[in-house]
Design a protein around this ligand. Structure first.
Ligand SMILES: C[S@@+](CC[C@H](N)C(=O)[O-])C[C@H]1O[C@@H](n2cnc3c(N)ncnc32)[C@H](O)[C@@H]1O
Length: 221
């Protein structure tokens, strides 16, 4: 079991609280409202807008966590393959899908870098995944995700320069997972290495980035 898997297994029971704003202590509520909430809501709205009409589309939710995106998109008629390395997170995905009366096309416990999908998807989501990928592995992650799509990858990248950065960094001191932050230049460089175009949507402390198949980063990015 790697450190990311352990980290998310341990936090699986609390992860939905971040979306529902059900944080236990006053300290947790403060951390949530300062550090997580400003980006989580905006990245969700930005992702849904970038996806457009999803009915009948085949979507890979890579690093699906507790299934928030996978369940929402399945409800809209998409066929969603949800993959996560953490069994704890997938237990929550199954329970949440059951509670919502939604059936996901596929739920896979696997490392997205190693699993053989045998197909390409209309779109691949990687929401909240790049936060935990060390710089030397970031190019292979984006290249891998691009290889799994017919059109686009929508990924979120936490910004390096934000007022919340020192606090966010502090929050991760002593945690199993490390947090990695991005400059726009770094994101463009990753896109160029993956031969992708990229489009940024500003979501406060985060960018939601649409990477499309191509040969260079578009002027708008
Ligand atoms: C911060 S959570 C985000 C969950 C969900 N996408 C969301 O935004 O609500 C990141 C998830 O990515 C998963 N993950 C990270 N690296 C992975 C990998 N290589 N293969 C599969 N899942 C991975 C973690 O286990 C975790 O559940």
């Amino acid at each position: 079991m790697n450190e990311i898997e352990k980290y998310f297994d341990e936090m699986a029971g609390r992860f939905d609280d971040y979306y529902a704003d059900r944080n236990a202590s006053i300290f947790d509520r403060l951390v949530h409202s300062l550090l997580r909430e400003p980006g989580m809501k905006r990245r969700f709205d930005a992702t849904i807008e970038l996806l457009g009409h999803v009915k009948g589309k085949h979507i890979l939710d890579a690093g699906c966590g507790t299934g928030v995106y996978a369940i929402y998109l399945s409800r809209l008629g998409a066929s969603v393959c949800a993959i996560d390395i953490s069994e704890g997170m997938l237990d929550r995905t199954r329970a949440n899908a059951r509670a919502a009366g939604v059936e996901l096309a596929q739920i896979l416990r696997a490392d997205l870098m190693q699993h053989s999908f045998g197909e390409r998807f209309d779109c691949v989501l990687a929401i909240g995944v790049f936060d935990y990928i060390p710089p030397w592995r970031q190019p292979e992650y984006l290249e891998r995700l691009m290889s799994l799509t017919k059109h686009s990858v929508i990924a979120t990248m936490p910004k390096l320069f934000t007022p919340q950065t020192p606090l966010r960094k502090l929050w991760f001191v002593g945690k199993r997972a490390k947090l990695y932050l991005y400059t726009a230049r770094r994101v463009r460089s990753l896109a160029a290495q993956a031969e992708a175009n990229c489009r940024f949507v500003n979501c406060g402390p985060i960018w939601t980035v649409e990477f499309t198949l191509g040969t260079r980063c578009s002027p708008s990015c």
